[in-house]
Design a protein around this ligand. Sequence first.
Ligand code: SF4
Ligand code: SF4
Length: 279
Amino acid sequence: MWHKGSSCTSESLSLDSIELILKNISKATRVEGVTITGGEPLLRKDTSEIANICRKNGLKAAIATNGTLLTKAMVNELTASGIQHFDIGFTDPSHETRMAMTEAARSGCTVTASICIHNNNFRRIGALSEMAAALGADAIALNRFVPTGMGAKNSSHLEIGIEDLLYALEMANQTALKSGIYIYTGIPVEPCIASNREFPEITFSTCQCGHSKWAIGPNGNLRTCEQNEKELGSLLEYSFSELLERNTTEISNFRRWRPSENCMFCDWRKDCNGGCRFN
Ligand code: SF4
Ligand code: SF4
C-alpha cells in the first residue's frame, strides 16, 4: 500500500476496503506477499489488523516503516499478527529508529535497513551500514536517490554523481566484507557504472516494476511502481489479473527499456535491463 506524500489529499482506505483488496490479490497465483507501507503505515491504528487479514488470506506480510513508532510493544503486536519482515528506513536514523531496529531484530523476524544514497550522505554509507549490522539487521538495501515525488523538488541538492556513488558502494562493500551482512542495491545501478566485479560483496539487482513487484495506491488503484503515478485501475472493482490484462500495453511500455547509443555494443547488454526507469 503506497501513499503519495504528505501533500496527498486522498482518504485512507477503510479496513473493509483493504480486506477486499487483499482477498482480491490473494487469488492471483503469482502474488506471494504484501509490504504494508506509506507514508508511514504505523500512523494507522489498525496496521496489525491489516497484517492479520494478510495472514488469513495466505499472504506473507512485511512492513516498511521509518521506525519512529515501532516500539517493543508494537513489534510484538505486529509479529503476533503475522508480520514476518521489517523494512526500516535507515537513511538518517533517529534514536527511536535505532531502538526499533534492535527490537525488530530480537523478534526473530528478518530485518532490512533501507538506506537512500544521496549527495549529502554518501560519505556516511559505511558508518550507517556498520551501525545497521551492529544493531542486528539481516540485510541492507542501498537505494540510489531517485528524483521523483518529494525528492524531485530537491533533486538539485540530492542527486548523486557517479564518483560519489562509487565511493558509497566501496564503503558498503567493506562493511559487508567485515560483518558478513547481506547488502544489495534496492534501486538498480547499471553494470556500466558498477557491478559485482568491482564490488564482490554487493548483490546488484534489476528493476522489478510491473513484473514481480507492484504498488497499490491510497485509493486502492494498482500501479507498476510506487514512483509511477499512472494508475492501472481499482482493485476494488477489478481482479488483479483483469487489471493486468486490461493494461498489457501500458505495462509493457513502462517496462520497456530503451537502450542508448552507448548500449549498442555493451558486453553487459543482455543482463542489464537498464536500471531505474526514473533515473
Ligand atoms: S547496456 Fe547500456 S545501461 Fe546497460 S550496462 Fe551497458 S551501457 Fe550501461
Ligand atoms: S522504476 Fe523500477 S527501479 Fe525504479 S523505483 Fe520503480 S521498481 Fe524501482
